[in-house]
Design a binder for this molecule. Structure first.
Ligand SMILES: [Zn+2]
Length: 270
């Protein structure tokens, strides 16, 4: 028998699974296969390796129980909010939608129009949000919003010491990832924390809140970061993402002349 390798397999009944590791039974030493449903990582099972490699008979034909398909796919974390149920910053208009044509009313197609504030849900803030001569969304280099990043877990006020410790952890794990810092948790950035980011020359800072500073007084932190050309990524969702380095893709919609724009932000495991 060939050794079982990690990867994507199809069960003879059609479902597709990922072999995440090989293990041994703690009592008998028997080799086991640990595998999960590729559409739901919470569904995880073990099965004896010998059984994994057995053939089954179907319609009189002997076929493998599991067939190897491909190497393991890169895990993708969607860190965006759904738009129509998203968080709205106090005072901003909420998204609305209008169904222009619908199957329900006999139309042969479905057509939607919608309106939103550029800062609804998961979005990018460009410097022009607070800096009159700052860049607008269409003038931003995508390099700031697409590249290695570091996710750090923190709750409360991210002061200077906290941000310095986070940035150092990021730089130690991958100097490239330290250019883009994302904070997981109910956190807000202080002016001292913003100064650390500015001095470190980060390209992008993101957090789960709809703003980066204290919600009642976010202006000073915005001025410090946007004034230094740091792009902000607000309203992300990191509850499923462990701390560590990832590849970030958070390119905004190309809204000419706008100070912000929504994005479908994702993290790719590295
Ligand atoms: Zn914003």
């Amino acid at each position: 028998m060939e050794p079982i390798q990690k990867g994507i397999y199809r069960h003879f009944k059609g479902n597709v699974y990922e072999v995440v590791s090989l293990a041994r039974h703690s009592e008998t030493g028997e080799q086991m296969v640990v595998y999960r449903d590729i559409t739901d990582s919470a569904k995880c099972w073990v099965r004896p390796a010998a059984m994994w490699q057995q053939s089954v008979t179907r319609d009189g034909v002997s076929i493998p129980r599991f067939t190897y398909l491909a190497p393991v796919q890169t895990r993708v974390y969607d860190i965006s909010q759904e738009l129509f149920s998203c968080c709205v910053y106090p005072g901003d208009p909420a998204p609305t939608r209008e169904v222009l044509c619908s199957f329900d009313t006999g139309s042969p197609y479905h057509l939607t129009a919608f309106s939103m504030c550029a800062h609804n849900g998961t979005h990018i803030d460009a410097p022009y949000h607070f800096i009159p001569e700052g860049k607008t969304v269409d003038q931003l280099s995508l390099a700031a919003m697409v590249g290695p990043c570091y996710v750090a877990e923190y709750c409360g006020c991210v002061d200077g010491a906290a941000m310095r410790a986070i940035w150092q952890r990021a730089a130690q794990s991958d100097p490239g990832a330290a250019a883009r810092i994302l904070i997981k948790g109910d956190a807000y950035l202080s002016e001292e924390g913003a100064a650390v980011l500015r001095e470190a020359g980060v390209l992008l800072y993101g957090n789960e809140s709809q703003t980066v500073g204290p919600e009642e007084a976010p202006m000073a932190v915005h001025l410090m970061l946007l004034g230094a050309g740091v792009v902000l990524l607000e309203g992300i969702r990191l509850c499923d993402v462990p701390e560590g380095t990832y590849l970030l893709s958070a390119a905004p919609i190309n809204l000419g002349g706008a100070e912000g724009a929504p994005c479908r932000a994702v993290l790719l495991e590295r």
